[in-house]
Design a protein around this ligand. Structure first.
Ligand code: ITT
Length: 208
């Protein structure tokens, strides 16, 4: 039996690993852009110009659905620090201006610690947010699934697990950083876990 394909429109290996697990039980064949011959193009860099996670996720989902003609999910996510007015937010990936070849996550983490230098615990509150947008076919209404999780920014990196800001994000649920958590622990409480479990439930009830 051939399963219907579901395109997960991300090029981030950390997200890719996690999302695959959340959708494991569905009767679909998960594919990523390269698997269906959609290779990274300069046009993609211009997609994430909206001011909301939903706007960016929707722009990515529409772009990849049009090119692949497959049911498509895209996700936009980031970390919001309350005392920084919600920054880096939708700019999480590009918080520090990195030179080509530089380690993006390391530079972003350093920038976040610099911005919070000397800040007491009550000014280090943060949350991760994830918004996943599913588009089944051309011009179909997008379906939106959201998740968030609360924590605070540590004063130095702790742990080497996860990706991106994980060594700095001390989770209220786990009482340790996502960098110190194993994948199962992170996935159980993470913003992405919450958003994609909601999507998986919806797809189980509304098969492709
Ligand atoms: P795609 O657009 O290809 O999916 P991306 O990395 O560009 O990949 P985003 O624009 O959504 O994705 O940026 C999200 C950034 O937020 C990501 O690069 C990390 O810096 C950060 N982030 C989001 N979720 C995270 C998580 O679970 N752990 C650590 N950092 C995370």
């Amino acid at each position: 039996m051939t399963l219907p394909k579901l395109l997960i429109a991300t090029r981030n290996p950390g997200k890719r690993r996690e999302i695959q697990q959340f959708l494991d039980d569905l009767s679909v064949e998960i594919v990523f852009p390269d698997d269906v011959g959609i290779y990274e193009s300069p046009q993609e860099l211009k997609l994430e110009t909206e001011s909301t996670f939903e706007g960016n996720a929707r722009a990515k989902a529409e772009f990849f659905q049009k090119r692949s003609r497959l049911p498509t999910v895209a996700e936009d996510s980031g970390i919001e620090v309350l005392s920084l007015g919600g920054a880096p937010g939708v700019r999480s990936r590009r918080f520090a201006m990195v030179q080509p070849g530089q380690d993006e996550a390391e530079a972003n983490n350093r920038e976040l610690l610099r911005r919070l230098a000397g800040a007491p615990p009550d000014r280090r509150g943060a949350r991760y947010r994830s918004v996943a947008v599913f588009i089944k076919k051309l011009d179909a209404l997008p379906h939106v699934f959201e998740g968030s999780c609360q924590g605070r920014i540590t004063t130095e990196p702790q742990g080497t697990g996860g990706f991106g800001y994980d060594p700095l994000f001390h989770s209220n649920d786990l009482e340790k950083t996502f960098g110190q958590a194993n994948p199962e622990e992170k996935n159980a409480v993470s913003h992405r876990g919450r958003a994609f479990r909601a999507l998986a439930k919806w797809l189980a009830e509304n098969p492709l």
